[in-house]
Design a protein around this ligand. Structure first.
Ligand code: BGC
Ligand code: BGC
Length: 588
């Protein structure tokens, strides 16, 4: 046996020695190809310690930096600064947005990392929070709140898996998802990013989603630690926002009872990164809170992945950037989403280490955590992604699962003998701002950070879904504005699809979410020409419809269903029953 192993070994070893020699001839310290950290048969701990022992201080510092991809003006900076992670923020797309250009972009960065002394792969992060939604052509699933209405863990696990396949096809290996925030005040612009106001549902669906992601070797992130779903109205530190980036006033008992359990569940499910929110508690920014980050999260809950800060989040600690960085890292932040200025960060880190403001042990601890996450996600052992894998993006198979999610997320808010509709009706009127608008169906974090209004992505609008469902003889009359010519006979049914225009984060904070006067006018117009009217609300949260709902025959909460509008027709025309239930309170 030894002989066989030896024989097998001789040629490759000789070959490797020659190649390694050539490869590293220009470099100061050669790293042998048989270094322990490169050996996939060894344990992660052995590999991490071996790699750590070979790293210079600068290389360790680089691992702590999470940099927005457009800030890298020269890709050789990735190796010279030893940068550990890059991200595309919302809308951080290549100039021409296609799956192929995404793959080429990420591969270019990854090649730059391969050319560094130790060839440590990059983490590349995106907000694929409802499918790989920056990428034109991806399957867009319902936003999390709609999935919260399904309460279907098996479905959410499959969505995690598919999202991971579409992500990996573009070379990306890190998703800033799931959001495990437990939403309290639905006026918050990020309500739709959450699964529910019920911590048990949030925990179960987050674990399901993570299980799906991780089964396809994509790293997930539980965000935003801690209590971000319970920030107080009017507490935002951002002059343009009301709740987002604000403060929570909860006491520790409530914080632990309601907001900590989903993080504990995510840790049990093996989550490798946790993002600290833009939030303060008792006057202290979370990213500066040693007690919550180190004592509770790492020591008490045993989290051995890494803590990553949010976009510019650390700078909220102090206007003195050096002090902010030192405070965050000493509090327990391991990786900083800078996201732009990695050069100053490197200088500041060197200064902090030289002066002892940050200890070498703390630097090693943070680096170790990041490396462990990289090894456990398989980054060191995966083959480069091939172009053929791009075919999985937006595939019919994936869209079928999205359609299933859409129909399961529909919640019937009211029905007075109206539903399901008859596919053989002779005349149906369809109207409304969200009837023929994939951008509104998809909401924020679609192609652009704030989403896109209009039909810019491939998919099926709700109007298309209705057209596909009805009989050949049914006449469908459509007007987005709801203006129809006068007539003697009323339509069999009027379907009005209205709701919110896309928004993301604090831009969506809204003191009184409700239908616009235009939408209400459209409903009036359609009611006047239809025997009965169904209202479908496409929104990121409950809207106040109490003043009008009594005069409507049927109302459906469609949340933000994404690219597969057929799923709405599936329940509207009775092919499937309504099974969704409210994920948050909706006063009626
Ligand atoms: C958001 C995070 C997001 C990050 C990267 C931040 O502003 O709060 O949820 O993951 O940006 O886009
Ligand atoms: C980015 C988002 C990020 C946000 C934070 C935007 O410019 O695209 O990803 O969450 O800034 O303010």
């Amino acid at each position: 046996m030894n002989i066989i192993l030896l024989r097998r070994g001789i040629l490759p070893v000789a070959f490797i020695i020659v190649i390694t020699g050539l490869f590293f001839s220009m470099r100061h310290i050669a790293i042998p190809f048989h270094a322990l950290y490169r050996d996939a048969s060894l344990t992660i701990d052995v590999r991490v310690e071996d790699l750590l022992s070979r790293m210079t201080t600068n290389e360790k510092i680089g691992q702590l930096a999470l940099v927005e991809k457009n800030s890298i003006t020269d890709t050789s900076d990735i190796s010279s600064y030893g940068i550990g992670a890059l991200l595309s923020g919302g809308g951080g797309n290549p100039i021409q947005n296609t799956p192929k250009t995404w793959l080429a972009m990420v591969n270019d960065f990854q090649h730059a990392a391969q050319n560094s002394r130790l060839s440590i792969p990059l983490l590349y992060g995106v907000d694929a929070i409802h499918g790989h939604s920056n990428v034109l052509g991806a399957t867009i699933f319902p936003h999390a709140l709609g999935l919260g209405a399904t309460k279907d863990t098996d479905l959410v696990r499959r969505i995690g898996e598919i999202t991971a396949q579409e992500i990996s096809a573009t070379g990306v290996n890190w998703n800033f998802s799931p959001t495990v925030d437990v939403v309290d005040d639905t006026r918050w612009g990020r309500t739709y990013e959450t699964f529910s106001s019920n911590p048990i549902i949030v925990s179960e669906l987050s674990v399901a989603y993570l299980t799906g992601l991780q089964s396809e070797f994509v790293m997930g992130t539980a965000k935003h630690y801690l209590g971000t779903g319970a920030m107080a109205w009017g507490s935002s530190t951002n002059p343009d926002f009301k709740i987002d980036q604000g403060a929570t006033l909860l006491d520790e008992t409530t914080m632990r009872a309601t907001h900590l359990p989903p993080f504990a569940a995510a840790i049990d499910a093996g989550v490798n990164s946790i993002m600290v929110g833009h939030i303060s508690w008792n006057g202290v920014e979370l990213s500066a809170n040693h007690y919550l980050l180190t004592d509770v999260l790492k020591n008490e809950l045993g989290f051995d992945g890494f803590v990553v800060s949010d976009w510019n989040g650390v700078d909220e600690i102090s206007s003195d950037k050096y002090l902010a960085m030192v405070t965050a890292i000493n509090a327990g932040v391991d990786m900083i989403m800078l996201p732009f200025d990695y050069k100053t960060f490197t200088t500041h880190m060197k200064r902090a280490l030289d002066s002892g403001a940050i200890s070498r042990e703390r630097l090693d601890d943070a680096t170790r955590r990041i490396l462990r996450a990289k090894f456990s996600t398989g980054l060191f052992d995966t083959e480069p992604v091939e172009d053929e894998e791009l075919l999985t993006i937006g595939s019919p198979k994936h869209r079928t699962v999205a359609r299933e999610a859409v129909r399961k997320s529909m919640v019937l808010l009211k029905d007075v003998n109206t539903l399901p509709l008859n596919k053989n009706f002779s005349h149906i009127v369809v109207a409304g701002s969200s009837a023929n608008n994939l951008g509104r169906q998809s909401g924020g974090w679609t192609i652009e950070w704030q989403g896109v209004d209009g039909n810019w992505i491939p998919g099926t609008t709700i109007l298309d879904g209705i057209k596909n469902a009805v009989s050949e003889n049914t006449k469908i009359e459509y007007s987005d504005t709801g203006f129809f010519s006068a007539r003697n006979e009323r339509a069999d049914i009027g379907i009005v699809i209205v709701g919110e225009a896309p928004y993301a984060e604090g831009a969506g904070d809204n003191e009184h979410p409700e239908l616009s006067t235009e939408d209400l006018q459209i409903i009036k117009n359609v009611k006047a020409i239809s025997k009965k009217t169904v209202i479908i609300i496409v929104s990121g949260r409950p809207l106040d419809i109490r003043p009008y709902v009594d005069s409507w025959d049927a109302v459906i909460a469609a949340w933000l269903p994404g690219s597969e509008g057929n799923g709405i027709a599936d329940v509207l025309f009775g092919d499937y029953l309504f099974t969704g239930t409210l994920p948050v309170n909706w006063p009626l």
